[in-house]
Design a protein around this ligand. Structure first.
Ligand SMILES: [Zn+2]
Length: 275
């Protein structure tokens, strides 16, 4: 009799027990397209943009490029345009360019092509060269578009302070050592940092880096409680850092990193990189 009761209880309660386990997800009986699987696949899809439309930065750049700017016309060298009369040019203008965007010689740094000549010097702490474009008559300082533009402190003093900061000296310590205000030193550092960023972007182009590692590092600025992430791409063989971005740990930052990396790589790698 006892055996019959035991068998009855076993047959009646065992299916209920299995149903309970199934509800608690302890039995892997659910198909892959269940609720959890759908979440996982959605997350994967968000982290893997497959076309430029998935990246806001790529979309913006493609819009700008498709809009198209004015076609670049070949510029006739200024020595061929101007009269052969007059004194020859004495000031070396190689590397400088006319800053007037409406001038046909805008941005041309070649001294054999552009229309720049020396136009005296200015400045009290030190003499700074002034240039003049003979085509549009625009005058500008040799320090234009540099970190030293419109600074009254002598350039060698600024260079000394920035060198000390680059070696690891704190801005407050530099204030005590060199006697300049903290805000002044921070302003010089910000100017130099922006210029260094532009210089980096100018030099790091058409890179041939077949092996790259992309990573983000958790960091925190000095005296700041805010956690930031350092997004970087590194070539493990040469240790070159073609891209370095500081920001939050968001998908937007990931897009920015990949977009900047794509711009710095050589053209033949673009198709491979986007796959
Ligand atoms: Zn000009």
């Amino acid at each position: 009799m006892g055996l019959h009761v035991f068998l009855f209880l076993l047959v009646f309660f065992f299916p209920l027990f299995l149903v309970r386990l199934w509800h608690l997800d302890w039995l892997p009986l659910r198909p892959f397209s269940s609720k959890g699987g759908a979440k996982y696949s959605t997350l994967q899809r968000l982290l893997k943009p497959r076309s430029p439309d998935d990246c806001p930065a790529c979309r913006l750049s493609s819009t700008v490029s498709s809009a198209g700017g004015p076609a670049l016309m070949p510029v006739r060298p200024w020595p061929e345009v101007k009269s052969r009369r007059g004194v020859p040019k004495r000031i070396d203008t190689e590397g400088f360019a006319c800053p007037n965007q409406h001038c046909s010689y805008f941005g041309i740094t070649d001294a054999h092509t552009h229309a720049l000549v020396g136009d005296g010097k200015h400045g009290q702490a030190e003499r700074i060269q002034t240039f003049r474009c003979q085509a549009c008559h625009t005058t500008f300082s040799a320090r234009r578009h540099t970190p030293l533009y419109r600074l009254k402190t002598p350039s060698h003093q600024v260079a000394l302070v920035l060198s000390a900061l680059a070696e690891g000296l704190d801005a407050s310590a530099a204030e005590r050592v060199f006697g300049y205000r903290h805000a002044t030193i921070t302003s010089w550092l910000t100017r130099a940092g922006r210029h260094a960023e532009l210089f980096h972007e100018h030099c790091f182009r058409n890179l041939h880096l077949p092996h790259l590692q992309l990573d983000e590092i958790r960091t925190r600025l000095r005296r700041s409680t805010q956690v930031l992430w350092l997004w970087l791409a590194i070539d493990p063989r040469t240790k070159i850092l073609p891209v370095l971005q500081l920001g939050p740990r968001t998908q937007h930052m990931a897009h920015v990193l990949v977009h900047s990396l794509r711009q710095s790589l050589a053209a033949f790698l673009h198709s491979t990189f986007h796959q």
